[in-house]
Design a protein around this ligand. Structure first.
Ligand SMILES: *[C@@H]1O[C@H](CO)[C@@H](O)[C@H](O)[C@H]1NC(C)=O
Ligand SMILES: *[C@@H]1O[C@H](CO)[C@@H](O)[C@H](O)[C@H]1NC(C)=O
Ligand SMILES: *[C@@H]1O[C@H](CO)[C@@H](O)[C@H](O)[C@H]1NC(C)=O
Ligand SMILES: *[C@@H]1O[C@H](CO)[C@@H](O)[C@H](O)[C@H]1NC(C)=O
Ligand SMILES: *[C@@H]1O[C@H](CO)[C@@H](O)[C@H](O)[C@H]1NC(C)=O
Ligand SMILES: *[C@@H]1O[C@H](CO)[C@@H](O)[C@H](O)[C@H]1NC(C)=O
Ligand SMILES: *[C@@H]1O[C@H](CO)[C@@H](O)[C@H](O)[C@H]1NC(C)=O
Ligand SMILES: *[C@@H]1O[C@H](CO)[C@@H](O)[C@H](O)[C@H]1NC(C)=O
Ligand SMILES: *[C@@H]1O[C@H](CO)[C@@H](O)[C@H](O)[C@H]1NC(C)=O
Ligand SMILES: *[C@@H]1O[C@H](CO)[C@@H](O)[C@H](O)[C@H]1NC(C)=O
Ligand SMILES: *[C@@H]1O[C@H](CO)[C@@H](O)[C@H](O)[C@H]1NC(C)=O
Length: 474
């Protein structure tokens, strides 16, 4: 057996993914008024005052890696932070700024904070602990700032002009949206949907693609004033109005907003804390190791450096009682649907075999026309199988072998070893590259990470969505 085969054996996880978090967001909304930062529980509607910061706060962002909320204090001229979630919410000033800091964005992956200020018009950056303050640029009337850390784009709302898009160092800058009526003071980005959302001073809540095209109005409050707070997550938009209210509306134009909470003073910023994404981890393997990839921080950690062996057998979790179950025709990947008690095995030059756990009842549900296939994953929620063939096609079908569909031509012909499916995404590898694509046929893949060697296996780890996960290298 070659070294490569040995490593691929780590794909043989016995897995049960019972429920997916995509459908069950239980998040927290953080918002600020003139004196405090509050946590609003979206499920229970319970409100907790987190900190009393003694200043207006027009922006907040989160460091998902080290777990701090960062915010600029408009009247105190500093950038402060506190640990979250935590019982100890001691405020720390990390930078003394010039007058009137306004917008903030955290780049956990590179350990940087960006902020804008409204008196000197500077865009500044420092390290997460407040050191190494650098002025990046001067931008006329910069207010809100948002980062798409995965694709490395920065978006800045210049309140009387439009939305500026640029690289993190301000290269390739272009105005993608021009505010036609008086401007906007709040903006958020939905990095999954690739859209920007803002509310202009006429009370129109608008959205556009990240290239500035396809501008849509979701709702009009018909009240002319400055709107300071908007936060987008999944299909929901959270915002604040002139009555000191925190509201929720879906992204569908024409939806009716719901009042979540009536505060006693004006709400100046909103941040949607996504507990689920906070735990987003992807495991993948190359020749020598199994790595953990943090979807938020983009941090890669080597978990184990080791090898296994390829046989179809079973043992107990403590490795006792190894039993040979069957001899198959070049079995490669194995996936279990524990709920319905079916096992799916890729026989690499043959097809996909569906069988009971003891192999007593088995049949080939897919015959590969373009052989061989080295990877497969199952979405146990929808019972759909996904694989990549050696023509580079990502395909899917139902558990009875029907509805075979091509989702994407990766253009990578040859060995495709790694696929992992979770929620509405498919994660896969192309040589050294880790990529993701949505399940909709014809979607464009997003590049995530370049490893130093070919990636042979992906496993999507979701602590919040999983009831039982046990794996067992055979
Ligand atoms: C609401 O939050 C408070 C303070 O954090 C806590 O004591 C209380 O139990 C919570 N209530 C509910 C219904 O979760
Ligand atoms: C609370 O957090 C602050 C700032 O992070 C830290 O300096 C302090 O030691 C912590 N206090 C306790 C009791 O953990
Ligand atoms: C500090 O910032 C300068 C200029 O951007 C950069 O060259 C340097 O590497 C930074 N140092 C640290 C420790 O981040
Ligand atoms: C907020 O206040 C409005 C009127 O001022 C009231 O109709 C509404 O029920 C209140 N909503 C909540 C969630 O308290
Ligand atoms: C800010 O909101 C909190 C929670 O609703 C409230 O206790 C506090 O009084 C508000 N601040 C002002 C200035 O109204
Ligand atoms: C990645 O995470 C590990 C373990 O949590 C940590 O030791 C390491 O410093 C992190 N690397 C980066 C680049 O942040
Ligand atoms: C060991 O495997 C055999 C054969 O599959 C089975 O009959 C027996 O119950 C197993 N013992 C334990 C302790 O799992
Ligand atoms: C796959 O091929 C085998 C043998 O040629 C045949 O018995 C089986 O019905 C085929 N299955 C499908 C789903 O086409
Ligand atoms: C595959 O190649 C074609 C032509 O070179 C290109 O248009 C297409 O975007 C590529 N597909 C992917 C997924 O990279
Ligand atoms: C990743 O590697 C590929 C070639 O292996 C290269 O074309 C691409 O530019 C790299 N991407 C990044 C972001 O380093
Ligand atoms: C596998 O990937 C890890 C993390 O990127 C890297 O440290 C290691 O050198 C890679 N193995 C090989 C054989 O390149």
């Amino acid at each position: 057996m070659t070294e490569m085969e040995v490593n691929v054996c780590f794909c043989l996880f016995v897995l049960n993914q019972c429920s997916l978090l995509a459908s069950s967001f239980s998040g927290k909304l953080l918002y600020s008024n003139d004196t405090s930062i509050m946590e609003f529980d979206i499920d229970t509607h319970n409100l907790t005052v987190l900190v009393e910061q003694g200043s207006s706060v027009y922006g907040m962002d989160y460091d998902y890696k080290n777990r701090f909320i960062y915010f600029p204090r408009y009247n105190i001229y500093d950038i402060a932070r506190f640990p979250y979630p935590s019982e100890n919410r001691t405020l720390q000033t990390i930078v003394q700024t010039e007058q009137y800091p306004i917008g903030i964005a955290v780049d956990s992956a590179n350990g940087h904070i960006y902020w804008t200020d409204i008196s000197t018009h500077k865009l500044s950056r420092c390290v997460l602990d407040g050191t190494n303050v650098t002025i990046i640029s001067t931008i006329s009337n910069s207010w809100a700032i948002r980062l798409d850390v995965t694709n490395r784009w920065m978006y800045i709302a210049e309140y009387n002009l439009g939305i500026l898009k640029s690289r993190f160092n301000l290269e390739e800058k272009q105005t993608i949206v021009s505010f036609t009526s008086g401007g906007a003071y709040c903006m958020d980005i939905d990095t999954d949907g690739n859209r920007l959302y803002w509310i202009n001073v006429d009370g129109d809540m608008n959205s556009a693609k990240v290239d500035g095209s396809d501008v849509k109005t979701i709702l009009s409050t018909n009240v002319r004033r400055n709107y300071y707070a908007i936060g987008v997550f999944g299909s929901q938009i959270y915002y604040a109005n002139e009555y000191h209210q925190l509201l929720l509306v879906t992204k569908t134009p024409g939806s009716k907003p719901t009042v979540l909470y009536n505060d006693t003073s004006e709400i100046h910023s909103i941040f949607v804390f996504n507990q689920a994404a906070f735990h987003g981890k992807l495991l993948f393997s190359n020749h020598t190791s199994i790595m953990e990839f943090d979807v938020h921080t983009l941090n890669v950690t080597v978990l184990v450096e080791t090898v296994g062996s390829l046989v179809l057998s079973r043992c107990n979790l403590d490795r006792s009682n190894v039993t040979v179950l069957s001899i198959l025709r070049n079995p490669w990947v194995i996936r279990l649907d524990v709920k319905h008690r079916w096992m799916y095995i890729v026989e690499l030059e043959v097809g996909i075999l569906k069988s009971t756990f003891d192999l007593s009842e088995k049949r080939t549900i897919v015959n590969f026309t373009s052989t061989p296939v080295y990877c497969m994953d199952i979405d146990t929620e929808e019972i759909i199988l996904y694989w990549i063939n050696n023509n580079g096609e990502i395909q899917s079908d139902r558990d009875d072998g029907s509805d075979v569909e091509t989702i994407l031509w990766t253009n990578f012909t040859g060995y495709n070893f790694a696929i992992g499916v979770f929620g509405s995404y498919i994660y896969y590898a192309d040589h050294n590259q880790l990529l993701m694509v949505t399940k909709t046929p014809g979607s464009t893949p997003t590049f995530m990470y370049n490893d130093t060697s070919s990636i042979y296996c992906i496993f999507v780890f979701n602590p919040s969505g999983m009831k039982i996960t046990n794996y067992n290298h055979l």
